[in-house]
Design a protein around this ligand. Structure first.
Ligand code: SF4
Length: 663
């Protein structure tokens, strides 16, 4: 009989009548039994299959003692850092330590180690040498090959080497974990390793049919080799046509990656979401302030997985893949009714979504037969003629969901892909979205307007966004709604020059937008953009890419996007002068900033009061250089943190949902 939660203490294990758990599941975040959290899903899937699993969440990691809490498990350990890579969780894009962790009790930072998967595995090896250890989740999945690590600023080996785990499970793991646990239970027969989909393992000799990638030594020494390896990893991330890959990690060992697992069928997904989740954080955290990350998703519904949007800066493609799978209407309505029956439900479903809220089916039929195209994206630079763009099923679902007694409003807060929406000739979804599923504003993510940057980002052209803005405004006018669009923008993405940032600032001036938040590009593991950042090459065409890396230039690019903020004026003036755009300095309608900082007389030093007119360029530069440190700090504070920034960076938000229109 399933308990309300999986056991978290030896006493609870004993109460269940177990002499020992089959597996101890070590997780780098608080235990939240909600289907938006990967550890909850994996725990429930294993429980339903008859495995006895004990949860060891956020264990004290400085010694092996905590890992002996349940004694020696019968079969092994499972390890995940949680829904976010631990380094992304701990550090901002400016590599500054974050002071909160919404995935920990009370939002307390510092309970999980940096590089959590490796640290946890090392403690397990100390506690129980030789015990099978299976690693999975975002951190393991995105670091499965040799990869550029932004925090070390070097190419690191596969996390499977560092962790010395038995197997690495990549991608969405419900079927994979069952196959692997069964494999462990049957004594780990070596000859069956090659049959485990979604798995990486180490071997002295790779299988004869494995496609060799450039070795670790090669990708660490040669950026062109790095690009070649990355492109193959990226292209072979397909369950239909993906091949076995191998990469030599050191003198004696190869990493072998079996082809990806197939996405769960609709019936399989329904079964997963029907498991008996309590949808609560474990009560042991009540006195500690609960788990903040749960609040965002407590009344949200995960409807879809996978994404054929393929934004270059998003790691989803490399984790969930391009083939979209979704739950049935009945399953989603069942969950909505269940949420409506909960005592603390206030009538609002906060989100019905996933990586991209308006995807509900695979991009095309061919994708299912032959796999997603290797050298073509479904939406960029223009929508593929084979793509089926229809929101009919989603519209039907939303109509039924908002009619459920007790539900006042169903929000869509996951990102929508507006180029997909534009490819649908029917206005039905946009109309219903504006009328019923947003409140005052819709967040979308054009990210930039410069063609060169957009093509590197894998985002649609500016004209597509502008056409969407017109269509959105027309629908709102038609229904007498005063609702706005909030565009999300990214600074310093590979390809973005200072002139591109000036163009974007002019666009913001012309459209009257004042972004409150700007995301600096963050080179997280497993993305195409990170490959460009590291190599200064686009692996798709091997063309050189301009990459802003200098912190001062990055500060200028970010300041341009928030040029109205007086704190940014020195940086903006400096950027405009460097670009030869002094015409944008002044008081006219086209100017971005005034010629000098205008402060109250009482704020000026006696020396400043004696200075007449504009400072020389040299003096300005010297002032702005001095002011950059505090400016960068201020801008750093504006950076999104926690789940939202995590969504940007690899979707490490709970269950891969990307938030706030970021897709
Ligand atoms: S045929 Fe078009 S829609 Fe289908 S996978 Fe290829 S690019 Fe995507």
């Amino acid at each position: 009989m399933p308990g309300p939660f999986l056991p978290v203490t030896p006493e609870e294990v004993a109460q269940l009548g177990w002499d020992a758990p089959d597996f101890v599941y070590v997780v780098g975040e608080a235990y939240v039994d909600h289907p938006s959290f990967g550890h909850a899903i994996i725990g429930r899937v294993l429980e339903a299959a008859g495995y006895r699993v004990a949860m060891l969440c956020l264990p004290e990691y400085r010694s092996a003692e905590a890992f002996k809490r349940f004694g020696r498990p019968k079969l092994g350990f499972l390890v995940s850092s949680g829904v976010i890579d631990s380094m992304v969780n701990h550090y901002t894009a400016a590599r500054k330590r974050r002071n909160a962790d919404v995935y920990a009790p009370g939002g307390r930072a510092g309970l999980r180690p940096d590089r959590a998967v490796t640290v946890y595995c090392n403690r397990i090896h100390e506690a129980y040498p030789g015990m099978p250890v299976l690693i999975g989740g975002v951190e393991a999945s995105l670091r499965r090959f040799s990869h550029y690590d932004y925090w070390d600023d070097k190419v690191r080996r596969s996390v499977l080497v560092d962790s010395a785990a038995t197997l690495l499970l990549y991608g969405m793991g419900e079927n994979t974990i069952l196959d692997c646990c069964d494999w462990v239970r049957r004594g780990m027969p070596a000859h069956e390793l090659s049959q485990l989909r979604g798995v990486c393992y180490m071997a002295k000799q790779p299988p004869g049919d494995a496609l060799p990638l450039p070795s670790h030594a090669e990708v660490a020494a040669d950026k062109r080799a790095y690009c070649q390896a990355f492109l193959l990893e990226y292209q072979e991330q397909d369950p239909v046509r993906g091949r076995t890959l191998c990469q030599q990690q050191d003198a004696q060992r190869y990493l072998v990656q079996n082809p990806p697992a197939f996405p769960l069928s609709r019936a399989e997904l329904d079964r997963v979401y029907d498991l008996p989740f309590t949808r609560l954080a474990h009560p042991m955290y009540d006195a500690l302030g609960g788990v903040p990350a749960l609040q965002e998703v407590r009344f949200s519904i995960s409807a879809v997985r996978g994404c054929f949007g393929s934004c270059s800066f998003c790691a989803l493609t490399f984790h969930q893949g391009r083939i979209v799978s979704s739950r049935s209407e009945e399953s989603l309505l069942r969950e909505a009714r269940l949420l409506a029956s909960l005592p603390d439900f206030k009538g609002y479903i906060h989100d019905v979504g996933g990586p991209t809220a308006n995807f509900r089916q695979p991009a095309c039929e061919r994708q299912l037969r032959e796999g997603a195209c290797k050298n073509r994206q479904c939406l960029c630079p223009t929508p593929c003629k084979h793509m089926r763009a229809s929101h009919a099923e989603l519209v039907s679902l939303l109509r039924k969901m908002r009619a459920i007694p007790g539900i006042k409003k169903v929000f869509i807060r996951s990102g929508i892909r507006y180029d997909y929406l534009m490819a649908d000739k029917s206005d039905a979804f946009l109309t219903e979205l504006c009328r019923y599923h947003i409140s005052g504003q819709l967040k979308v993510a054009p990210e930039h307007i410069s063609p060169n940057v957009l093509s590197r980002m894998g985002k649609p052209r500016r004209e597509v966004y502008e056409a969407f803005v017109d269509r959105y405004n027309a629908v709102n006018r038609q229904y007498g709604l005063k609702q706005y669009l909030v565009p999300y923008l990214m600074s310093s993405h590979p390809g973005s020059t200072l002139r591109d940032a000036v163009d974007l600032a002019e666009y913001l001036r012309d459209t009257g937008h004042q972004p409150e938040q700007v995301q600096d590009f963050y080179p997280t593991p497993g993305t195409l953009s990170t490959c460009m950042y590291y190599t200064r090459l686009d692996p798709r065409d091997m063309q050189p890419v301009y990459v802003p890396k200098n912190p001062h230039e990055k500060a200028m690019q970010r300041a341009l996007l928030q040029y109205r903020n007086p704190a940014n004026h020195d940086l903006v003036r400096e950027a405009l002068r460097l670009c030869g755009r002094e015409d944008l300095i002044g008081f006219g309608p086209h100017a971005l900033v005034p010629p000098r900082t205008i402060r109250a007389s009482s704020d000026r030093t006696p020396r400043e009061k004696g200075v007449r007119g504009e400072k020389s360029f040299r003096a300005q530069r010297s002032v702005s250089a001095r002011s950059n440190a505090p400016t960068a700090r201020r801008a750093g504070r504006a950076e999104r943190t926690g789940p939202v920034s995590a969504r940007r960076s690899g979707r490490s938000a709970p269950n891969g949902r990307k938030g706030g229109g970021r897709s």
